[in-house]
Design a protein around this ligand. Structure first.
Ligand code: C5P
Length: 251
Protein backbone atom coordinates (compact mmCIF):
# COMPACT_ATOMS: atom_id res chain seq x y z
CA UNK A 1 0.00 0.00 0.00
CA UNK A 2 1.40 3.42 -0.96
CA UNK A 3 2.01 5.77 1.94
CA UNK A 4 0.37 9.15 1.39
CA UNK A 5 2.35 12.32 1.67
CA UNK A 6 1.88 14.56 4.69
CA UNK A 7 1.96 18.20 3.62
CA UNK A 8 1.56 19.95 6.95
CA UNK A 9 0.65 19.24 10.54
CA UNK A 10 -1.06 22.03 12.46
CA UNK A 11 -2.45 22.25 15.98
CA UNK A 12 -5.82 20.68 15.18
CA UNK A 13 -5.44 19.20 11.70
CA UNK A 14 -3.08 17.29 9.43
CA UNK A 15 -3.04 17.93 5.69
CA UNK A 16 -2.18 15.14 3.27
CA UNK A 17 -1.76 15.19 -0.49
CA UNK A 18 -5.20 14.64 -2.03
CA UNK A 19 -6.40 11.74 -4.11
CA UNK A 20 -7.11 13.99 -7.10
CA UNK A 21 -5.02 16.83 -8.58
CA UNK A 22 -5.56 20.15 -6.84
CA UNK A 23 -7.00 18.55 -3.72
CA UNK A 24 -5.83 17.86 -0.20
CA UNK A 25 -7.12 15.65 2.58
CA UNK A 26 -7.85 17.39 5.88
CA UNK A 27 -7.57 15.08 8.89
CA UNK A 28 -9.19 16.44 12.06
CA UNK A 29 -7.20 15.58 15.20
CA UNK A 30 -8.53 15.35 18.74
CA UNK A 31 -5.86 17.76 19.96
CA UNK A 32 -7.07 20.98 21.55
CA UNK A 33 -4.80 23.96 22.10
CA UNK A 34 -5.42 27.44 23.43
CA UNK A 35 -3.45 30.60 24.15
CA UNK A 36 -1.08 29.95 21.24
CA UNK A 37 -0.57 26.30 22.35
CA UNK A 38 0.36 27.16 25.97
CA UNK A 39 -2.61 25.02 27.03
CA UNK A 40 -2.92 21.60 25.38
CA UNK A 41 -5.00 18.45 25.73
CA UNK A 42 -6.41 15.59 23.72
CA UNK A 43 -10.22 15.61 23.71
CA UNK A 44 -11.69 12.29 22.68
CA UNK A 45 -14.06 12.72 19.73
CA UNK A 46 -13.42 16.40 19.01
CA UNK A 47 -11.94 15.70 15.56
CA UNK A 48 -14.92 13.61 14.49
CA UNK A 49 -17.36 16.34 15.56
CA UNK A 50 -15.42 19.14 13.87
CA UNK A 51 -15.12 17.14 10.64
CA UNK A 52 -18.91 16.72 10.58
CA UNK A 53 -19.70 20.27 11.64
CA UNK A 54 -17.31 21.88 9.17
CA UNK A 55 -18.84 19.70 6.43
CA UNK A 56 -22.30 20.86 7.48
CA UNK A 57 -21.44 24.58 7.45
CA UNK A 58 -19.38 24.49 4.26
CA UNK A 59 -22.10 22.52 2.43
CA UNK A 60 -24.67 25.11 3.52
CA UNK A 61 -22.40 27.90 2.29
CA UNK A 62 -22.10 26.16 -1.09
CA UNK A 63 -25.89 25.96 -1.26
CA UNK A 64 -26.19 29.74 -0.86
CA UNK A 65 -23.36 30.41 -3.30
CA UNK A 66 -20.51 31.26 -0.93
CA UNK A 67 -17.42 29.68 -2.51
CA UNK A 68 -15.41 27.43 -0.20
CA UNK A 69 -12.84 24.66 -0.28
CA UNK A 70 -15.06 21.72 0.72
CA UNK A 71 -15.44 18.88 -1.80
CA UNK A 72 -16.66 15.87 0.19
CA UNK A 73 -16.25 14.06 3.46
CA UNK A 74 -14.15 10.92 3.13
CA UNK A 75 -14.67 9.29 6.52
CA UNK A 76 -15.18 10.08 10.20
CA UNK A 77 -12.07 12.23 10.49
CA UNK A 78 -11.20 13.27 6.96
CA UNK A 79 -12.54 15.46 4.21
CA UNK A 80 -11.34 16.21 0.70
CA UNK A 81 -10.89 19.92 0.07
CA UNK A 82 -9.56 22.13 -2.72
CA UNK A 83 -5.92 22.91 -2.39
CA UNK A 84 -5.46 26.65 -2.06
CA UNK A 85 -2.89 29.20 -1.09
CA UNK A 86 -3.90 30.46 2.32
CA UNK A 87 -3.96 34.26 2.68
CA UNK A 88 -1.85 34.88 5.82
CA UNK A 89 -4.73 36.50 7.72
CA UNK A 90 -7.19 35.33 10.33
CA UNK A 91 -10.45 37.06 9.54
CA UNK A 92 -12.55 37.57 12.67
CA UNK A 93 -16.17 38.72 12.65
CA UNK A 94 -17.77 39.84 15.91
CA UNK A 95 -21.46 40.40 16.64
CA UNK A 96 -21.12 40.65 20.43
CA UNK A 97 -18.09 41.69 22.45
CA UNK A 98 -16.08 38.80 23.93
CA UNK A 99 -12.54 37.50 24.25
CA UNK A 100 -9.73 39.75 23.12
CA UNK A 101 -12.09 42.55 22.04
CA UNK A 102 -13.54 42.76 25.54
CA UNK A 103 -10.04 42.76 27.04
CA UNK A 104 -8.63 45.27 24.60
CA UNK A 105 -11.49 47.77 24.70
CA UNK A 106 -12.95 47.12 28.16
CA UNK A 107 -16.38 46.21 26.80
CA UNK A 108 -18.34 43.69 28.91
CA UNK A 109 -18.56 40.23 27.32
CA UNK A 110 -21.97 39.76 25.70
CA UNK A 111 -22.51 43.42 24.79
CA UNK A 112 -24.17 43.57 21.38
CA UNK A 113 -22.07 45.53 18.91
CA UNK A 114 -23.70 48.30 16.84
CA UNK A 115 -22.91 46.27 13.71
CA UNK A 116 -20.73 43.28 12.85
CA UNK A 117 -17.09 44.25 13.25
CA UNK A 118 -14.44 42.59 11.09
CA UNK A 119 -10.87 42.33 12.35
CA UNK A 120 -7.72 40.97 10.72
CA UNK A 121 -4.85 39.20 12.45
CA UNK A 122 -1.56 38.32 10.79
CA UNK A 123 -1.20 34.54 10.81
CA UNK A 124 2.06 33.93 12.62
CA UNK A 125 2.13 31.69 15.68
CA UNK A 126 5.56 32.93 16.75
CA UNK A 127 4.09 36.46 17.04
CA UNK A 128 0.79 35.27 18.57
CA UNK A 129 -1.26 36.23 15.48
CA UNK A 130 -1.18 40.03 16.07
CA UNK A 131 -4.11 42.28 15.14
CA UNK A 132 -3.25 44.29 12.00
CA UNK A 133 -4.92 47.03 10.00
CA UNK A 134 -5.66 47.21 6.28
CA UNK A 135 -2.68 49.56 6.07
CA UNK A 136 -0.34 46.75 7.19
CA UNK A 137 -2.05 44.29 4.84
CA UNK A 138 -1.64 46.59 1.82
CA UNK A 139 1.86 47.79 2.69
CA UNK A 140 3.25 44.31 3.26
CA UNK A 141 1.41 42.88 0.24
CA UNK A 142 -0.50 40.16 2.13
CA UNK A 143 -3.62 40.95 0.09
CA UNK A 144 -4.58 43.52 -2.54
CA UNK A 145 -7.38 46.08 -2.21
CA UNK A 146 -9.55 43.92 -4.50
CA UNK A 147 -8.79 40.90 -2.28
CA UNK A 148 -9.77 42.90 0.82
CA UNK A 149 -13.11 43.86 -0.76
CA UNK A 150 -13.75 40.19 -1.58
CA UNK A 151 -12.63 39.03 1.88
CA UNK A 152 -14.94 41.50 3.61
CA UNK A 153 -17.85 40.40 1.47
CA UNK A 154 -17.14 36.69 2.12
CA UNK A 155 -16.78 37.30 5.87
CA UNK A 156 -20.11 39.14 6.11
CA UNK A 157 -21.92 36.51 4.05
CA UNK A 158 -20.54 33.75 6.27
CA UNK A 159 -21.64 35.80 9.29
CA UNK A 160 -25.21 36.16 8.03
CA UNK A 161 -25.42 32.47 7.14
CA UNK A 162 -23.89 31.22 10.41
CA UNK A 163 -25.93 33.65 12.55
CA UNK A 164 -29.16 32.42 10.91
CA UNK A 165 -28.30 28.72 11.15
CA UNK A 166 -27.41 29.11 14.81
CA UNK A 167 -30.37 31.30 15.70
CA UNK A 168 -32.67 28.61 14.31
CA UNK A 169 -31.38 26.17 16.94
CA UNK A 170 -31.31 28.61 19.86
CA UNK A 171 -27.63 29.52 19.67
CA UNK A 172 -26.09 33.00 19.47
CA UNK A 173 -23.13 33.42 17.12
CA UNK A 174 -20.98 35.76 19.21
CA UNK A 175 -17.94 35.76 16.93
CA UNK A 176 -15.91 33.52 14.65
CA UNK A 177 -12.71 33.26 12.68
CA UNK A 178 -12.31 32.14 9.08
CA UNK A 179 -9.37 31.71 6.79
CA UNK A 180 -9.35 32.56 3.13
CA UNK A 181 -7.72 30.62 0.31
CA UNK A 182 -6.62 31.73 -3.12
CA UNK A 183 -7.39 29.38 -6.01
CA UNK A 184 -6.46 29.79 -9.64
CA UNK A 185 -8.91 29.05 -12.46
CA UNK A 186 -6.82 29.49 -15.58
CA UNK A 187 -5.54 33.08 -15.59
CA UNK A 188 -7.98 34.14 -12.88
CA UNK A 189 -7.62 33.93 -9.14
CA UNK A 190 -10.58 33.63 -6.81
CA UNK A 191 -10.86 33.81 -3.06
CA UNK A 192 -12.74 31.09 -1.20
CA UNK A 193 -13.49 30.21 2.42
CA UNK A 194 -10.94 27.60 3.54
CA UNK A 195 -9.61 25.81 6.66
CA UNK A 196 -12.65 24.93 8.83
CA UNK A 197 -15.74 26.34 10.46
CA UNK A 198 -16.42 24.60 13.75
CA UNK A 199 -16.92 25.31 17.46
CA UNK A 200 -13.10 25.50 17.64
CA UNK A 201 -13.23 28.74 15.67
CA UNK A 202 -16.57 30.25 16.77
CA UNK A 203 -18.07 31.53 20.02
CA UNK A 204 -21.50 29.94 20.41
CA UNK A 205 -23.73 30.73 23.38
CA UNK A 206 -27.09 29.21 24.20
CA UNK A 207 -29.59 32.03 23.73
CA UNK A 208 -31.68 31.11 26.80
CA UNK A 209 -29.01 30.21 29.34
CA UNK A 210 -25.86 31.81 27.96
CA UNK A 211 -24.11 28.42 28.26
CA UNK A 212 -20.93 28.32 26.20
CA UNK A 213 -20.90 25.64 23.48
CA UNK A 214 -17.48 26.35 21.96
CA UNK A 215 -13.76 26.19 22.61
CA UNK A 216 -14.02 28.61 25.56
CA UNK A 217 -15.23 25.51 27.49
CA UNK A 218 -11.65 24.25 27.11
CA UNK A 219 -9.89 27.62 27.32
CA UNK A 220 -11.69 28.53 30.56
CA UNK A 221 -12.11 25.04 32.10
CA UNK A 222 -15.91 25.19 32.00
CA UNK A 223 -16.61 21.45 31.59
CA UNK A 224 -16.52 18.77 28.93
CA UNK A 225 -15.68 20.08 25.46
CA UNK A 226 -17.06 17.05 23.58
CA UNK A 227 -20.41 17.43 25.37
CA UNK A 228 -20.58 21.08 24.26
CA UNK A 229 -19.73 20.31 20.62
CA UNK A 230 -22.10 17.30 20.62
CA UNK A 231 -24.90 19.59 21.78
CA UNK A 232 -24.29 21.89 18.79
CA UNK A 233 -24.20 18.89 16.43
CA UNK A 234 -27.33 17.40 18.01
CA UNK A 235 -29.31 20.62 17.64
CA UNK A 236 -28.29 20.93 14.00
CA UNK A 237 -29.24 17.31 13.34
CA UNK A 238 -25.68 16.53 12.29
CA UNK A 239 -25.04 13.59 14.61
CA UNK A 240 -26.16 10.31 13.03
CA UNK A 241 -27.96 9.27 16.23
CA UNK A 242 -29.66 12.63 16.59
CA UNK A 243 -33.32 12.53 17.55
CA UNK A 244 -33.89 16.05 16.26
CA UNK A 245 -35.95 16.07 13.06
CA UNK A 246 -34.22 18.52 10.76
CA UNK A 247 -32.97 18.40 7.20
CA UNK A 248 -29.66 16.56 7.46
CA UNK A 249 -26.56 16.79 5.35
CA UNK A 250 -24.79 13.84 6.88
CA UNK A 251 -24.01 11.64 3.91
O1 C5P B 1 -9.59 35.38 21.03
P1 C5P B 1 -10.51 36.27 20.24
O2 C5P B 1 -11.58 36.90 21.08
O3 C5P B 1 -9.77 37.27 19.40
O4 C5P B 1 -11.24 35.28 19.23
C1 C5P B 1 -12.27 35.73 18.36
C2 C5P B 1 -12.84 34.51 17.64
O5 C5P B 1 -11.89 33.97 16.75
C3 C5P B 1 -13.24 33.37 18.58
O6 C5P B 1 -14.41 32.75 18.08
C4 C5P B 1 -12.07 32.41 18.50
O7 C5P B 1 -12.48 31.07 18.71
C5 C5P B 1 -11.60 32.62 17.06
N1 C5P B 1 -10.15 32.43 16.93
C6 C5P B 1 -9.66 31.30 16.30
N2 C5P B 1 -8.31 31.12 16.14
C7 C5P B 1 -7.44 32.03 16.57
C8 C5P B 1 -7.92 33.21 17.22
C9 C5P B 1 -9.27 33.37 17.38
O8 C5P B 1 -10.43 30.44 15.87
N3 C5P B 1 -6.14 31.85 16.40
Amino acid sequence: MARRKKIYEGKAKILYEGTEPGTIVQYFKDDATAFNAEKKDVIDGKGVLNNRLSEYFMTGLTQIGVPNHFIRRLNMREQLVRNCEIVPLEVIVRNYAAGTMSKRLGIAEGTQLPRPIVEYCYKDDSLGDPLVTEEHIAAFGWASQQDMDDILSLALRVNDFMSGVMLAVGIRLVDFKIEIGRVFDGDYQRLIVADEISPDSCRLWDIETGQKLDKDVFRRDLGNLTDAYSEVARRLGVLPNSNVTKPTLIN
